[in-house]
Each structure stands twice: as C-alpha cells, then as structure tokens.
Design a protein around this ligand. Structure first.
Ligand SMILES: [Zn+2]
Length: 309
C-alpha cells in the first residue's frame, strides 16, 4: 500500500500575492490537473495510486495563503476513504494554540502543517515554540516546510532544516516530517534525522529536481536514515503516479552511476513505508475512492481496482 503524506487542498479564494505570483512560476510537468484549484475529482486523479493520503491547507498570512481548517475538514469528508487531514495554523497569530486545540478536539484533524518561511519568521521564535509544545502535548505530528520556497516571503536563513535540531532537542516526543527533504539543504536534513528518532522527511515536490532528489536519497542512505524517508507527492503540483515514475527513474540512474545506489528493494520499501503507523495516525477503515478511469467492471458485475499494487 502506498501512502502519500504530502498533498494540498486549496482554491483560488484562499490565495493572494505573493503566493499567486509564485504559483504562476511553478513547474507543471508532473501535474495532470490545474494547480490553483483542488477539487475532489482532481484530487483523486492526482493521488492515485496512493491508497492512504494526508491532506492539508496552509495558513501563512505573510505569503498570501489562508485555507480555513473547517474547509479542510469538509474536503476530507468529501474525499472519504483513507484520507486524513492536517490543520495549519499561523503561529504569528495570537489564537494559534487555541486553534490547534479546536482542530484537534472538535474537527478531528490529526496533525499540523507549518511553514515558518511562508509565515515570515523563524521556527525558533517563541510564538512557534508554543505551537510545537502543544503538538507534542496532544501527540500531533508536524509536517514542516523547512527549505527553499517559490515566494519572496520570509528569509532563507529561517528555512534551514538544521534549526529543527533545536526543536527536536526541546520537544523529544514530537514527530516531525521535513517536507521536500529540506531542499536544497538535504545534508542538514540527513543529519537532523540521524540525531532524532522522531524526525522524518518526505520526497514531495522533488521530481521537479531529480538531481537534488538523487543526491538526497543516496546521502540519507549513507547516513543510515533512508528508512525515515516517507513518500509524498506535493499534489496538485506533482501527481503521485508521476512521482512514483520519477522515483523509479532516479533509482535506476543511481544503480548505474552512484557510489551508493538506491536498490529496487530500497525503493520498494520507501514506496510502501507504513507512514501512518510511524506518525501515530490511525487510518479510517474505508478504502480511498479510485478515480473513474482506474475502476473497470468485472464479469461478476463487481468492480476491480486496477490501480491497486
Ligand atoms: Zn507542499
């Protein structure tokens, strides 16, 4: 079973500059759908063949992106299956911790998406520390964008994955996923993962930068933490099927040219990582609905899922 830990929900109503300016420059070659509006239909097409997914909005006033958490809950309900939702809060807002508690208790959202550089400050700011503290107390994993971004909000120095070493030291029970393997600071990500048992990273967005992804995977293997890399697409910018194909191409490339190749077994394990279990998320029982084109009637009149693998 493939789990996609990194998918987005948003519509044009949630976006304004500088976000919209940045999004217009984002590469689209791995997207089969419009990238500024996520619908249930486009979502199901983009996340196939993943059978479990984590979806989130983003609340980042400085970057011009604000998806209400209630809208994420409605979207998760509409998608159904084994899709779970993460909340997002902007720690620079006075009510951020209250919103974490509301989303956890009342809305059933099971993790938190943060992006300090999108939110215009450092993850070490006291306003962030209170959000990390709440996440650890409530057992909520944090998906954190600690890496380069496509907008001009914030400062790159606040986006370094090495800063998360301080967070992991202060909150040792907190589970964190460093989005996009912390690109371009993939070596920082590798050594932070190696020091902290609850720090993971995901492969999302990197099919657009195959050189970075190839280096990142071989580097984390050399540091002994490839088993903490989770599959993520970055839908709608990168579809899961396209991301899986890119990973196969990259693994094959490393098998020919890298000093430390990513073997077929390494790739199989990465794609089938039990990410919900690692993050402490219990999966809803229903299977994720398939997009129309992957379901064909069988002679018995039932349906057979061709995308299942
Ligand atoms: Zn993303």
């Amino acid at each position: 079973m493939i789990t996609d830990v990194h998918t987005h929900y948003w519509t044009p109503e949630h976006q304004s500059p500088p976000w919209t300016d940045g999004l217009s420059r984002v590469a689209r070659k791995h997207a089969a759908v419009e990238i500024d509006r996520v619908t249930v239909d486009s979502y199901l097409r983009q996340v196939s063949p993943a059978e479990r997914t984590i979806v989130f909005g983003l609340q980042a006033a400085a970057a011009g992106m604000w998806v209400p958490n209630d809208a994420v809950v409605s979207f998760v309900e509409a998608v159904g299956g084994q899709t779970v939702g993460f909340m997002s809060v902007d720690p620079t807002r006075a009510d951020a911790v209250e919103e974490v508690e509301r989303c956890h208790q009342d809305l059933g959202l099971v993790g938190i998406k943060l992006g300090p550089i999108y939110q215009g400050t450092s993850p070490l700011h006291p306003l962030y520390l209170r959000v990390f503290s709440a996440a650890e107390r409530l057992g909520l994993p944090v998906m954190i964008h600690q890496g380069a971004i496509f907008t001009d909000s914030g400062r790159l120095r606040d986006a370094s994955p090495a800063l998360l070493d301080d967070i992991a030291l202060a909150f040792p029970r907190l589970r964190m996923i460093i989005a996009h393997l912390g690109h371009p600071w993939i070596y920082e990500t590798a050594v932070v993962m190696r020091r902290h048992p609850h720090v993971y990273a995901d492969t999302s967005a990197l099919p657009n930068r195959p050189t970075v992804l190839a280096h990142a995977l071989t580097a984390v293997k050399e540091y002994g933490v490839l088993d903490k890399v989770l599959f993520g697409s970055d839908s709608p910018m990168v579809g899961a099927a396209s991301a899986v194909e890119a990973l196969h191409r990259i693994a094959a490339h490393t098998q020919r040219h890298a000093i430390t190749p990513i073997t077929d077994d390494d790739l199989h394990d990465l794609l089938h990582r039990p990410s919900f279990d690692l993050l402490g998320i219990s999966a809803p029982s229903a299977p994720i609905p398939r997009p129309e084109d992957s379901i064909t009637p069988t002679p018995e009149g039932t349906t057979r899922d061709h995308a299942h693998r």
